[in-house]
Design a protein around this ligand. Structure first.
Ligand SMILES: [Ca+2]
Ligand SMILES: [Ca+2]
Length: 463
């Protein structure tokens, strides 16, 4: 492509290995052209790796990887045995010398290896240029002043590489790979994939190597017209095929990347995420409706709001957020002894072609129950049983005593009459001598049981 400039310089080698896994696109306004996001994985390396910053090279060094991806869809380093470049659209000059040195070290270019590399997911933004052309461009080429632009993990991973002090103020993070996987529908209308950049670039379509810009080098170009090699690749118009792009940034003086392609990405269904919020009565909270479209499509939001939420939610149609106002009281929603009530609603999104599965947003409102006042202490009931019993016994005894006294009085009175009669009878019978109370002649006799109150006395005489 004419837009790609050859900046090759043996003394100014930027070793960049990037592997890119293409993911897909989005539709922005037609006037601005479409925007496509390709998901990618960057793996950051440091100078501790044998193939990063350790040696130089000059020019493209094709043939470092085999013609087809492995079963795990990773490139296989050629051991000098089977790579032929038989699927390439253009012959490779094989002029360079900077290919990776050993298979065992190449294995971790595009695989996670703790302690060796750090995995960092990113998205590469492709813009349709010009609008309506169907050509998507990712442009991190050098700018007009020659400053490199492809630094997707500055401040991340192992951080700035310090071995080359002075480069870019020692703030740039060089030495990383980029891996892109994507799918596209082959149309058979001369779809192309063009690359310009520094250090290794390998592109596989339908798992077959179609672009090989391997080796340590400054910016070089590579290109493929798929229609030219559709037969070799087994491409059938209307069918879907995978694309793999791998790039390696392996040296710290340059890092640039520009891709142009007409491979139309396949739209993918957006997704939504559930969310839960918790507030207290009378409080407010901003609710977010979280959705994601891997292609970067503009999303239209649809909310399903139950009646009980309608008056509590400030929400605009097609909004990604809403303001929830918790009621001041939950008495309408809860029994008196419960402390929380959960409102829920669903939302979904559409990218214009696909609608995501709906997700639920819940908002739990809590309240603090006021402990009821303890009932006034009631005095312990007094046990009067004992008192009543005592009083009853005393009363009964008193009655019995009175009755007994009355009976005694009547008894004594009746006996007194008897005794009087007997005494009188005794006197009448002259039997006084026999009475033990008789003590002698002329003894005054006084009966202890009989006294008429008059001090009666009887003059007794012996017979
Ligand atoms: Ca690095
Ligand atoms: Ca989509």
């Amino acid at each position: 492509m004419g837009v790609f400039k050859s900046l090759a310089s043996v003394t100014d080698v930027v070793v960049v290995v990037v592997v890119v896994s293409l993911v897909l696109v989005t539709l922005a306004g037609e006037a601005d052209g479409r925007t496509v996001l390709f998901s990618a994985v960057v793996r950051d390396f440091s100078v501790d790796h044998t193939d990063f910053e350790r040696y130089g090279g000059g020019g493209v060094d094709c043939g470092a990887v085999e013609d087809e991806l492995g079963e795990d869809r990773k490139p296989i380093m050629w051991g000098g045995k089977t790579a032929t470049g038989k699927f390439l659209d253009r012959p490779c000059p094989q002029a360079g010398t900077g290919r990776p040195r050993r298979v065992e070290y190449f294995q971790n270019f595009f695989r996670d290896v703790p302690g060796v590399n750090i995995r960092i997911p990113i998205q590469l933004k492709f813009e349709e240029q010009p609008p309506g052309s169907g050509i998507f461009v990712f442009d991190r080429n050098k700018d007009a002043t020659g400053i490199n632009q492809y630094f997707p993990v500055d401040g991340l991973g192992w951080g700035a590489d310090v071995r080359r002090l002075g480069f870019f103020g020692n703030v740039r993070n060089f030495l990383f790979t980029t891996e892109i996987h994507a799918e596209f529908v082959y149309r058979g209308d001369n779809e192309f994939f063009n690359f310009a950049g520094d250090d290794d670039v390998w592109v596989f379509v339908n798992n077959k190597l179609v672009v090989d810009v391997g080796g340590l080098h400054s910016q070089r170009t590579g290109a493929v017209n798929l229609t030219n090699i559709a037969g070799k690749l087994g491409l059938v118009p209307g069918e879907r095929y995978p694309v793999f792009v791998g790039i390696a940034e392996r040296h710290s003086t340059q890092s640039n990347c520009r891709i142009e392609t007409t491979l139309a990405p396949i739209n993918r269904r957006p997704s939504t995420q559930p969310a839960a919020y918790s507030v207290k009565v009378g409080e407010n909270v901003t609710v977010e409706f979280v959705a994601f479209d891997e292609d970067g499509d503009n999303l239209v939001y649809t909310h399903t709001i139950p009646d009980e939420l309608a008056l509590l939610l400030d929400i605009a149609p097609d909004s990604q957020t809403a303001r929830f106002h918790a009621p001041d009281s939950l008495d309408l929603y809860l029994p008196a002894n419960e402390t929380s009530y959960t409102f829920s609603m669903e939302f979904t999104v559409s990218d214009g072609e696909y609608t995501a599965c709906p997700s639920t947003v819940t908002i739990t409102v809590t309240r603090t129950l006021v402990a009821p006042s303890p009932p006034a202490a009631t005095p312990a009931p007094t046990d009067n049983t004992t008192t009543v019993v005592i009083i009853s016994i005393v009363a009964v005894l008193a009655v019995i005593g009175i009755i007994a006294l009355i009976a005694l009085i009547f008894y004594v009175r009746s006996q007194a009459e008897t005794w009087k009669a007997e005494i009188m009878a005794e006197f009448a019978d002259d039997n006084l001598s026999m009475n033990p109370l008789y003590t002698g002649a002329n003894t005054e006799f006084s009966s202890p049981l009989y006294d008429d109150g008059g001090g009666d006395s009887v003059q007794m005489s012996h017979f």
